[in-house]
Design a protein around this ligand. Sequence first.
Ligand code: OAD
Ligand code: ZN
Length: 247
Amino acid sequence: MEFSSEFIDKLKSAKSVVFFTGAGISAESGISTFRGKDGIWNKLRPEELANFDSFMRNPDMVWEWYQYRRKIINDSHPNRAHLAIAESEKLFDKVSVVTQNVDNLHGRAGSNTIYELHGNIERNFCVKCGAFYNSADYNFTEQAPRCEKCGGLVRPDVVWFGEMLPQEVFAEAEKAAEWSDICFVVGTSAVVYPAAYIPLTAKKNGSYIVEVNIEETDLSGYADYSLFGKAGEILPEIMVVLKEIRS
Ligand code: OAD
Ligand code: ZN
């Protein structure tokens, strides 16, 4: 892939970068996206699963769905896109990952600064007393578990429809976006707010927006540079160029 000279100049001078990622970055790890051709929201209605009232009405059904997704995620591995982002920490002064994904694949790939806007499927908490339960430490069954301390229902620590994003995490992510020289927007339809404000905040503060996606999105019009193709192919190619620049 040939990159524009403007983009190469930006890579040369960039010190602080942010990667804003969505489900598309994990597609090549075998985890379904939400929208698009094979998206899970085509088959399941989000309002039936991903919200608090559904969980309280039918905790076992919602829990079973998350256990199913956990199994898929546990059996998957970070792909070349996650690894390229982790590796980029050696090539820029500061790298922040702002992700909408709950799959923890950035963490497993070795990224150090990760802002998880929509939570993490490996964590759970009690709806009554707030006690935390790591999936890895428990042999959870298909039924919604009960809190050891108070008997309340335990839910996955993910953001459901109608719920607030973790405010401190979001504030830190916005700061990273404001200070970035380049904001890479990778594998997201960029239609879910407030998460989708991140690249807009970056742009408003003078960051250079580089979109990596297999197709055009709502953000394409705002992006300074669009690279159409698979994240697992394009990001490693960017790293090759960057290594040449830095050597
Ligand atoms: P979407 O499913 O909306 O979008 C996935 C994007 O990835 C699409 O734009 C695809 O074109 C692109 N894509 C697919 N495969 C790709 C690949 N190999 N390389 C690059 N791009 C690829 O997922 P999100 O934007 O993450 O929210 O969705 C945002 C939020 O909607 C999710 O975090 C979730 C959902 O409701 C909550 O759970 C709160
Ligand atoms: Zn409890």
